[in-house]
Design a protein around this ligand. Structure first.
Ligand code: UD1
Length: 339
């Protein structure tokens, strides 16, 4: 793994594997800024990676190519019994290509997510990874259905979402009830939102019209683009911040009135923390979230001038993303696979 959302998914597996099995970590270096990487290892008590390829940023081919070479060298010399991959980043896909060609069994955690939008790099990464994997762990019933539809049902398990364990762990570490403040928690980082100048200009223009202050925690991709476009400045209702470590991010979401995001992880975190969420996209892989109305797709931020966050109360009555020790379930299935 190598990118921020993967550290959050790896954490419970790293904690639980201590009691079970020897577990090593390859960090590709896709995310390298301390605020996107080191701070997550510290806050989530994840052991230091055994390898860091230091690949860094680049075009998709450049980044993926360097990862393939680096991962292959490590897997060839260490010959692990099993490779676990998380999510849908370029780091995930690289691991899938290398391990499958070296004939090392693969588990994909967060399998079966589909946006059905092939222009997203993540959609390509997740489809290819699923089809290279031996064990597929689906976080939701919809993901499980997608895997069945693609002929992958017999190697798939409905495990629930490991991220739930990470959120619950952090919520336990946060002392008391966090009082609500008058601000909206916001992140925008997806290529389809940031990499088109007209699109990102429109999003920023709309955010400045919010009824209450928007706190925008800027991924470097966004910061760089806004700086280039001369848009990296604050206004009365748009405040700009650096990315947060995981604990601070959970605290800030808890303190906010509501959330605006294009991140998959933050859509779920806001749901678990009972916050309404405006999803700045045309579709979501987490379709279950849309059922109660508190989470809604609004790619053009049409509702920005209303009090959208107070319309519906969010309650996870059905435990949409699973319960209990999801990481233990996954590790047991992996060990069974080898027994
Ligand atoms: C990646 C994942 C995306 C995930 C996101 C989480 C892919 C294709 N995308 O997107 O699915 O939601 O991580 O954050 O793998 N940069 C820095 N410092 C860093 C990392 C990145 O400045 O430490 C800047 C660089 O300008 C870089 C840009 O961010 O070119 C994009 O980084 P990249 O790793 O390509 O993808 P993300 O946008 O982070």
């Amino acid at each position: 793994m190598g990118a921020r959302p993967q550290f959050v998914k790896l954490a419970p597996i790293a904690w639980t594997s201590k009691d079970f099995v020897s577990h090593g970590i390859i960090h590709t270096g896709q995310h390298y800024e301390p605020l996107l990487s080191d701070s997550f290892f510290e806050t989530l008590h994840i052991p230091k990676p055994d390898f860091n390829l230091g690949v860094g940023s680049g075009s998709h081919a450049e980044q993926t190519g360097k990862m393939l070479v680096g991962i292959e060298e490590i897997l060839q010399s260490h010959r692990p019994d099993h490779v676990i991959l998380y999510g849908d980043t370029n780091s995930t896909l690289s691991g899938a290509i290398v391990a499958s060609k070296l004939d090392i069994p693969i588990s994909h955690i967060e399998a079966g997510l589909r946006s059905f939008n092939r222009r997203m790099p993540e959609e390509i990464n997740r489809i290819l990874t699923d089809h290279c994997s031996n064990l597929l762990f689906a976080p939701t019933k919809t993901a499980m259905k997608n895997l069945h539809n693609e002929g992958l049902g017999s190697s798939s398990f409905l495990s629930g979402d490991v991220m739930i364990e990470t959120i619950e762990h952090i919520v336990r570490e946060i002392d008391s009830d966090i009082p609500e403040e008058d601000f909206i928690f916001c992140t925008i980082h997806r290529a389809e939102n940031t990499d088109n100048a007209d699109r990102i200009k429109d999003i920023i223009f709309k955010l400045r019209k919010s009824l209450v202050p928007v706190h925008l925690y800027c991924h470097p991709r966004l910061r760089n683009i806004l700086t280039k476009l001369g848009l990296f400045y604050e206004s009365q209702n748009l405040k700009l911040f650096s990315p947060l470590n995981y604990m601070d991010s959970i605290k800030k979401i808890s303190a906010s009135l509501g959330v605006i995001t294009d991140s998959g992880g933050i859509q779920k975190e806001s749901y678990i923390l009972s916050k309404s969420c405006m999803i700045v996209r045309n579709e979501t892989e987490w379709v279950e979230l849309l059922s109660n109305g508190a989470h809604f797709l609004d790619s053009d931020l049409i509702s920005i001038t209303s009090d959208w966050w107070s319309r519906v109360k969010v309650k996870d009555e059905e435990s949409l993303f699973g319960k209990g020790q999801i990481s233990k379930f996954i590790l047991e299935k992996i060990l069974n696979f080898h027994s």
